[in-house]
Design a binder for this molecule. Sequence first.
Ligand code: SF4
Ligand code: SF4
Length: 437
Amino acid sequence: MTMTDAEAEPKAPSRLSASKVLGVIAGLAVVSTLALWWLGSLPEEPDFTVGRVVFGNIPELVVAMFYVIVAVFLGVSIGMFAQRARNWERGTWESRSGDYKRRLHRFLEGMSMRTVMEDRAAGMMHAMIYYGFIVLFIGTVILEIDHLLPVQFKFLHGVFYEGYSAVLDAAAVVYLTGIAWAVVRRYIVKPWRIRTKTRPEDAWILFVLAAIGITGLATEAARIALVGQPSFEKWSFLGYPLSFLIPQASASGVHLVFWISHVVAFVAFLVILPVTKLRHMVTTPADLALSARDRPKGAMREVPNLMEATDIESIGAATVAEFTWKQLFDTDACTICGRCTSVCPANITGKPLDPREIILKLGTVASMTATPPQSPPVGVDAAITVTSDNVFQLITPEELWSCTTCRACDQICPADIEIVDKILDMRRYLSLMEADF
Ligand code: SF4
Ligand code: SF4
């Protein structure tokens, strides 16, 4: 009888997989965005006394290119998440269904930044960027909805428009302040756990996020300059004063350039979202929702009956396929914050163990041996090469045996990543398959 540890796990109940669902969503996103283009061309665009003309000053050809480009890159972005999901599915099956009330509660805690807020300064900075971004995004969605509605149902004018302008400018202040704070923290204050994992992609992420905010604000100012600074636009308390920096004669060209730059920045965001650690905007709340499970935290997976299984291939985890899909998903949900390392007694006392590195090394092996290869959880040194799907080419037994299993790392992790679980599965492999303990 041949049996692997994976066979001790229940099998996947159906053929519906995350990668297939995401693939369908990617297709729907493309079709829906193109449909918005067509729907938006149906209603007339009235010129309210207090309000704005959507796509005012934007040539029809540029509007068409906007919808097509956003549709394509939205599909590409979600499609790249589907590719990553295929990589998670290399792992063995484990059930994370049921207990939905608790999962929803944990998901909402993730969305509300509660777990990140346990580190006040970092939490506040993240919350300013995240909430600022969400409010600005909702503002864009409201603008699009109003654009699609028949004239008699349009609501984005008058007092509502004035309040809308003020809220969005306030969100821009919060968002850009959060980004400035992040730049200072990462490149000037440089706390150890951030400094040791700062990579070029961090600069790109901050650059793209800042570009979205700055070009959005500049577009707003140029639009107000273009329409002659009517007094109701004072509710846009940032855009209005900035509009006086733009000469009336060149406002049309300046507005078009900033508008296109804003779209380019958003498309860049769609591209870097799945391929850089920025993906944790999506994966961390999902990981929190998936954290509740049948076996208690710290309890090991069951092993096959060693008395009956006489020809065992492998027990524990050494190759990517011997981890569960959730353990692989964890590596994409890691925010690289290093909180786990900062509380690890083994690391603090100089033992050769860094729990963050355990997660990143597993993620690196999994992503580099994917078909097609995926970007690792965070940029790795060029000197590091991965030649097979065995994690022990990057993780040493000394690291794993340095763990005290105190679970301080699991407890502090803002993404609910189960670090000890993976360490124990790898130690089980070393003990039972390699007699290395
Ligand atoms: S469980 Fe192990 S890795 Fe986690 S904090 Fe304790 S010693 Fe460190
Ligand atoms: S495992 Fe958790 S605590 Fe450790 S770096 Fe990743 S997100 Fe942070």
